[in-house]
Design a protein around this ligand. Structure first.
Ligand code: ZN
Ligand code: ZN
Length: 366
């Protein structure tokens, strides 16, 4: 029986362990067997590895993956857009699938809050067949109803993985908060989600985008993606000074829209003060529960703020992301973010590189 390698999270805060699992003879009906071409290491993987998000182990991490179809299960003929699928096609997919029939899916139109969603690389234990349900492996099995996208020839794998789940997340978030033509926009955070939010805000018609973050190399990346101003939080250390700097850049009023892409509770308090009166504030970066913060709700009432949350993304956001990536490879060089490549046997080094926040994007090329 043929086997393939996978790097497995067996215990939190402990090194990943290399395993060989048997490959399925053929995919289950409605499923697909994919040979992994590249898997991104997301910041969330570091939090998962540290046990900061409660998941059932063992798990093959990796929820940003591109691969080549090795075998199609019975009944799988087309991708999410209706394009025909064949063995040898290069594809990507949403990390989770909503059920479509529950209260949140069918009645309240909040499919990202579907309680039946289980994400590849996060919510599937790998001890049972078909094992390969995460990106850090030579193969990946897709379950029935997976939302698959065939990649066009002129869209490099590096672009898709360089943008990663951050771009879908940012597209969904910006859709929920709304950016109007000529809006002054602040992005808090220059990590992958911040860079993606910057790219989406620019293309949505923002007048200027101001990015706050650190370290320097991330702010350089923000400039390459078209940031009009960057504020280095290592240099401008007091929140009051950063708020004043944003006011100065926005005619003394503050931003129309502030996008939080940090994940630190204190950033939310600071960011609301960066909004103009009647402005909009998006809390996008808090995928982990980083705890509470002392905060004065009077700010929201007095400034008449609209505060919005956004969780994960839907298939239509991935479709939009892939189209956007294909058309904006020059202005938004996501492919250039892929900076460090590792074999599946080196998954621990890949994870450590991402955890150090010193690399733009680590990937696994099995
Ligand atoms: Zn992610
Ligand atoms: Zn549902």
């Amino acid at each position: 029986m043929p086997t393939a390698k996978a790097s497995v999270l067996e215990a939190f805060n402990a090194p990943l362990v290399l395993h060989e699992y048997p490959l399925p003879d053929r995919p289950e009906p409605g499923g697909v067997l994919v040979r992994t071409e590249m898997a991104g290491i997301c910041g969330t993987d570091v939090h998962l590895w540290r046990g900061e998000l409660k998941i059932q182990l063992p798990v093959i991490l990796g929820h940003e993956t591109v691969g080549i179809i090795a075998a199609l299960g019975e009944g799988v003929e087309k991708d999410w857009t209706g394009a025909p699928l064949a063995v040898g096609d290069r594809i990507t997919w949403n990390s989770s699938t909503a059920c479509g029939t529950c209260y949140y899916c069918a009645e309240k139109r909040q499919p990202t809050r579907c309680p039946n969603r289980r994400a590849y690389g996060i919510g599937h234990r790998c001890c049972d067949a078909p094992h390969f349900l995460g990106g850090y492996a030579e193969f990946h099995c897709l379950k029935p109803r997976a939302t698959i996208f065939k990649l066009p020839h002129d869209l490099p794998t590096e672009s898709v993985i360089g943008a990663g789940c951050a771009l879908n997340t940012a597209i969904h978030g910006v859709e929920r908060i709304g950016i109007e033509w000529q809006d002054n926009v602040v992005v808090q955070g220059a990590g992958p989600v911040g860079i993606a939010a910057l790219a989406v805000a620019k293309s949505a018609g923002a007048r200027q985008v101001i990015v706050l973050g650190a370290p320097k190399h991330r702010l350089e990346m923000a400039k390459r993606f078209g940031a009009d101003h960057v504020i280095d939080i290592d240099e401008v250390r007091a929140p009051a000074d950063r708020i004043a700097a944003v006011r100065e850049l926005t005619g003394g009023y503050g931003a129309d829209v502030v996008l939080e892409c940090v994940g630190a509770p204190a950033a939310v308090v600071e960011g609301m003060e960066m909004c103009r009166d009647g402005g909009r504030y998006l809390v996008l970066g808090h995928y982990c529960d980083a705890g509470p913060v002392s905060w004065n709700p009077h700010v929201v009432t007095r400034k008449q703020l609209t505060v919005v949350g956004s969780w994960s993304s839907e298939p239509r956001h991935l479709k939009a992301a892939l189209d956007f990536l294909r058309r904006h490879q020059k202005e938004c060089p996501f492919a250039s973010m892929v900076s460090h490549r590792f074999k599946v046997e080196q998954a621990n080094e890949a994870l450590a590189a991402t955890a150090s926040w010193q690399v733009a994007k680590s990937v696994i090329v099995p």
